[in-house]
Design a protein around this ligand. Structure first.
Ligand SMILES: Nc1ncnc2c1ncn2[C@@H]1O[C@H](COP(=O)(O)OP(=O)(O)OP(=O)(O)O)[C@@H](O)[C@H]1O
Length: 433
């Protein structure tokens, strides 16, 4: 090689190195801008959520019974007799999907029929034809908030058989099947976790690393049961088999607004498959309870908690958010249930804890000096996830049957009260350590 060629090559290398340095600087600059934009996105996202209100109510109407009734569904709608299975007259008057109107005829003392109409307005009304994915689209922004470091509570409220579990979990088989129709029926819990996984993975390129831990508990007759526990095991779970533990669990509120439950199983969620296994195990433990306690699933509150801790090694930011998804116990009134003995005790416990939930929400909205969190296990457990530091959404699930009209009216009235509450501005949870 001549000296000239060598020199030429050296010059080319030098020029390429300079170009490479410039490109490196450019990339560094872009990465810095992306990180800044992520911080701005978080702030803007939160502002949008605040403008929408920190407490929102969505109404969802379950489809009617098909010609070949689902036996579980028929047996759940206890007050419906075949001759009363007619659908109520329901109208959805507005284009925006926020209004619902129920028409109901009653007989006067003279035996003539009068039709009365009852109208309600919510943040969103989902008709029976609404799919799980349409419903999730409306809550996905809220789920994102938990990843951004906020506390989020999503409740499903309504009478037994109105579609609370379907909304939250979907049909049980949907969490394990790859069949696309069944998969399409997945409820809010698996969809939330999947979305969180996807976002967390995207955020890795911006320096964020997340740890996700899940817990699933049942509150039955004011007692906490671990739905992920194995009899005789301690705090870690392999999510296989097992039945609900009979251990006594206490709620503890620690520093920095962190709530823990003693002796509870916490599962580190490393894959969507693990979430599906978690839901299957919780459902199994619940059904074990049901056969022993006569349809216990309808008589207990189920709380799925996902704790998301994130750290950013580049910007030194940290966030800790909690997402609670709660399938509340059936809300039917005592007079309707005709309960006696143990059933009466159960119904009283449910009614008390549901009215405590209402009281807590009103007290927060009224800025009362005393918020009665301690009046029920459910509100005490959710103390740090309800109030100024949180975002709350309530689904009011309702039945379309005319025979369920009175219960539907009660549910819609409760939900209207909740909807009239405005909870203070949410702030991020303080970071531990
Ligand atoms: N939107 C829907 N689309 C199709 N099926 C639904 C829908 N909502 C509910 N169902 C079906 O209706 C039945 C009762 O619903 P689900 O078990 O969710 O009621 P629930 O309110 O959770 O009752 P419980 O208080 O007993 O837990 C189930 O068989 C469920 O699959």
């Amino acid at each position: 090689m001549t000296e000239d060629t060598l020199k030429q090559r050296e010059e080319t290398i030098e020029s390429l190195e300079t170009k490479l340095d410039k490109t490196r600087d450019f990339i560094k600059n872009l990465e810095h801008r992306i990180r800044l934009e992520e911080t701005i996105r978080r702030r803007l996202h939160n502002t949008i959520q605040e403008l929408k209100g920190n407490i929102r109510v969505f109404c969802r109407v379950r489809p009617g019974l098909s010609s070949a009734p689902n036996s579980r569904l028929s047996s759940k709608i206890t007050s419906a007799r075949p001759d009363q299975d007619a659908l109520a007259t329901i109208k959805y008057p507005d284009q925006e999907g926020r209004e619902i109107e129920f028409a109901h005829s009653t007989e006067t003392a003279r035996g003539s029929q009068v039709e009365k109409s009852y109208g309600f307005v919510f943040d969103r009304v989902f008709q029976p034809s609404s799919t799980q994915s349409e419903v999730f689209e409306e809550i996905s922004q809220l789920v994102q908030s938990a990843l951004d470091g906020y506390n989020v509570c999503i409740f499903a409220y309504g009478q037994t058989g109105s579609g609370k579990t379907y909304t939250m979990e979907g049909p049980l088989k949907s969490t394990s099947s790859t069949d696309s129709k069944v998969h399409g029926e997945m409820g809010m819990i698996p969809r939330s976790v999947l979305q969180i996984y996807e976002h967390a993975r995207e955020l890795e390129s911006k320096g964020w690393k997340y740890k996700m831990e899940g817990q699933y508990v049942e509150i039955y007759n004011e007692t906490i049961h671990d739905l992920l526990g194995n009899e005789g095991s301690n705090s870690s779970s392999d999510l296989t088999g097992g039945s609900s533990s009979s251990k006594k669990h206490e709620i503890r509120h620690g520093p920095g607004g962190r709530t823990t439950i003693t002796d509870i199983t916490t599962v580190v969620l490393t894959s969507p498959e693990k979430v599906a296994a978690l839901i299957r195990k919780a459902a199994h433990n619940r059904s074990v309870g049901s056969t022993q306690m006569n349809e216990r699933s309808s008589r207990s509150h189920c709380v799925f908690t996902l704790r998301l801790s994130g750290t950013n090694s580049i910007t030194d930011e940290a966030s800790e958010g909690v997402l609670n998804l709660i399938d509340l116990a059936g809300s039917e009134r005592l007079s309707q249930s005709g309960a006696t003995g143990d059933r009466l005790k159960e119904t009283q416990a449910i009614n008390k804890s549901l009215s405590c939930l209402g009281d807590v929400i009103y007290a927060i909205a009224n800025k009362d000096p005393h918020i009665p969190y301690r009046n029920s296990k459910l509100t005490y457990l959710l103390q740090n996830s309800l109030g100024g530091n949180s975002k709350t959404l309530m689904f009011v699930n309702i039945s379309p049957l005319a025979s369920n009209f009175n219960e539907t009216l009660c549910s819609l009235r409760f939900a209207t009260k909740v909807n009239s509450c405005t909870i203070g501005t949410a702030t991020k949870r303080p970071i531990r350590g």
